[in-house]
Write a protein that binds this ligand. Structure first.
Ligand code: NAP
Ligand code: ZN
Ligand code: ZN
Length: 347
């Protein structure tokens, strides 16, 4: 039976989020019903709730950093049982057949996969995300949250954690590598923690020095302000890998000048406007400009296990549901330390 559950939704693009109800499908053969405990606020939620990427489906219930407890399982479920601590990230299904799905790279599914919200499910109904009390998800698209992580600090790992872990692992951040993280927000602060735990020498490139003390505590070895032009002179040719988490367009040419020959600048930020780039900034040092999107299910589990083993929860500010709109405003002015997490019992 379809059940209506409480949620917070943006009724239309740019409208404040408000309390509502949304339908959840009956628990199918391979589904789990999850009582959501915490949902992180990702900057992607804000881009989409304000229709900054276009083609948004409204009303929209954002939220793809979900942590909760399984309360019911379908008859064919083998991975979970009632009482298990689980997470859900940015997608809840994919084609399961394409070359990327078969390799565990479901985030790059040729058919596009099914977003946790702002997408159409295989049954043609819109998906609704984690700013809600319950969700029904196929067991193959849920993650196990290890005991060493609290649910509130684990929630942001389902997007922010994996979005940084995947490129850091792919581009071999580790001992002997100089890695810079651009932007110390939700994604960036997890990037600093994970890159440090992987053994890399980590530099934060932030707009100002306001968060320097925090950055060093999170595991950074160095911290520079990008508002100071001297930073770009001092650090020219320094890094093996730079990961940009910036949510707005920036001068990628300037950041490419900070790479060593053969270095890579990996962008994970998803600004609403395109950028211009002088291609001479790439050819001089055989440099790579790349992108990366979240991670597959197996890699997300690997990341959760890694974070639990290293004690790497997110730095969070837990809020009530009626503070979501205020939290959005604070994220937009980079006033977040370092992830807002909604206590969904207040929905
Ligand atoms: P966030 O918490 O707002 O962090 C972004 C950080 O970027 C800010 O804290 C700020 O850091 C810096 N920044 C913001 N505006 C800037 C500007 N105009 N110039 C320079 N720096 C600026 O956001 P988030 O949740 O980490 O997400 C960041 C971006 O990644 C968003 O666009 C989001 O949609 C995208 N995203 C992508 C993926 C993926 O799979 N690729 C996954 C999740 C999110 P400082 O204050 O330190 O300068
Ligand atoms: Zn996200
Ligand atoms: Zn696929």
């Amino acid at each position: 039976m379809t059940t209506n559950v409480s949620a917070y939704a943006a009724p239309a693009a740019n409208a404040p989020l408000e309390r509502t109800t949304v339908p959840r499908r009956p628990v199918g053969e391979h589904d789990v019903l999850i009582e959501i405990k915490y949902a992180g606020i990702c900057h992607s939620d804000i881009h989409q709730a304000r229709d900054g990427w276009g083609e948004g489906i409204f009303p929209m219930v954002p939220g793809h950093e979900i942590a909760g407890i399984v309360t019911e399982v379908g008859p064919g479920v083998t991975r979970h049982k009632a009482g298990d601590r689980v997470g859900v990230g940015c997608f809840v299904d994919s084609c399961r057949e394409c070359e990327y799905c078969r390799q565990g790279l479901e985030q790059y599914c040729v058919k596009g996969g099914t977003g946790t919200y702002n997408a159409l499910d295989k049954n043609g109904e819109p998906t609704y995300g984690g700013y809600s009390t319950h969700i029904v998800v196929d067991e193959n698209y849920t993650l196990r949250i290890p005991d060493g992580l609290s649910l509130d600090e684990a929630a942001p790992l389902l997007c922010a954690g994996i979005t940084l872990y995947s490129p850091l692992a792919h581009w071999n951040a580790g001992p002997g590598k100089k890695v810079a993280i651009v932007g110390l927000g939700g994604l960036g602060h997890m990037g600093v923690k994970i890159a440090h735990a992987l053994g890399a020498e980590v530099t934060v490139l932030s707009q100002s020095l306001k968060k320097r003390e925090d950055g060093l505590k999170l595991g950074a070895d160095h911290y520079y302000a990008t508002s100071d032009p001297e930073t770009f002179t001092a650090l020219a040719g320094s890094f093996d890998l730079i990961v940009s988490t910036v949510s707005a367009p920036i001068d990628f040419g300037a950041y490419l000048s900070l790479l060593k020959t053969d270095g890579a600048l990996v962008n994970v930020g998803a600004p609403e406007e395109p950028i211009a780039l002088n291609l001479f900034s790439l050819i001089g040092g055989r440099k790579t400009l790349a992108g990366s999107m979240i991670g597959g299910i197996a890699e997300t589990q690997e990341m959760l296990d890694f974070c639990a083993a290293h004690g790497l929860g997110a730095e969070i500010e837990v809020i009530r549901a009626d503070q979501i709109n205020e939290a959005y405003e604070r994220v937009l002015v980079s006033d977040v330390r370092y992830r807002f997490v909604i206590d969904t019992s207040t929905i």
